[in-house]
Design a protein around this ligand. Structure first.
Ligand SMILES: [Zn+2]
Ligand SMILES: [Zn+2]
Length: 177
């Protein structure tokens, strides 16, 4: 394990949220419900267009974390925490042991998503591990990811690009190209 378990879960969640933008997966409120169920987002929900719009608006802000340097990332993280008036508290709920929450379960979904992302990046930045962020190496894919492997060997996103590229390379070899 590279980071604390809740940080690793959060980082995977952030990448999934960012990658839901292109192609657009959060096409309507029902799609957001499905996304939240899959990512196990609990807490208060409004299930309306405003909530969906707020989540969609958050994605490009989080995407910038992959495109900036350390000082830039610090600025984004601090801004997200400040805007949400984040207050870190250790909590234990459902099947999860003690981990950090910095918003209340009643806070809007997009706020909770923003703060969870920010708190995870606090860990990454403090560990000097921003170089674990990557953009998928497949030429036709712009998904982002975070390499949580010990030997830092991950180059492709979780959407199956690694397999896809391996198959393409194999076919190219077979056809003598
Ligand atoms: Zn929790
Ligand atoms: Zn990819």
């Amino acid at each position: 394990m590279v980071f604390a378990p809740d940080t690793e879960t959060s980082l995977t969640d952030v990448a999934a949220l960012v990658n839901s933008a292109d192609p657009e997966q959060l096409v309507d409120v029902a799609a957001l419900d499905e996304f939240c169920a899959k990512q196990r987002w609990t807490g208060s929900r409004t299930h309306d267009e405003a909530e969906l719009a707020a989540v969609r608006r958050l994605r490009p802000q989080l995407r910038r974390l992959w495109d900036t340097d350390e000082d830039g990332a610090v600025q984004i993280v601090n801004e997200l925490l400040r805007r949400a008036r984040a207050l870190p508290q250790l909590v234990r709920h459902d099947e999860w042991d003690y981990h950090l929450h910095a918003t209340s379960p009643e806070a809007p979904l997009a706020t909770r998503m923003a703060v969870e992302a920010a708190m995870a990046f606090v860990d990454v930045i403090r560990s000097g591990a921003l170089d674990r962020l990557f953009v998928c190496a497949a030429p036709d894919c712009s998904n982002v990811g975070i390499d949580l492997s010990r030997n830092r060997s991950k180059r492709f996103c979780d959407a199956g690009c690694g397999n896809r590229m391996a198959v393409a390379a194999y076919r190219a070899r077979r056809s003598g190209r």
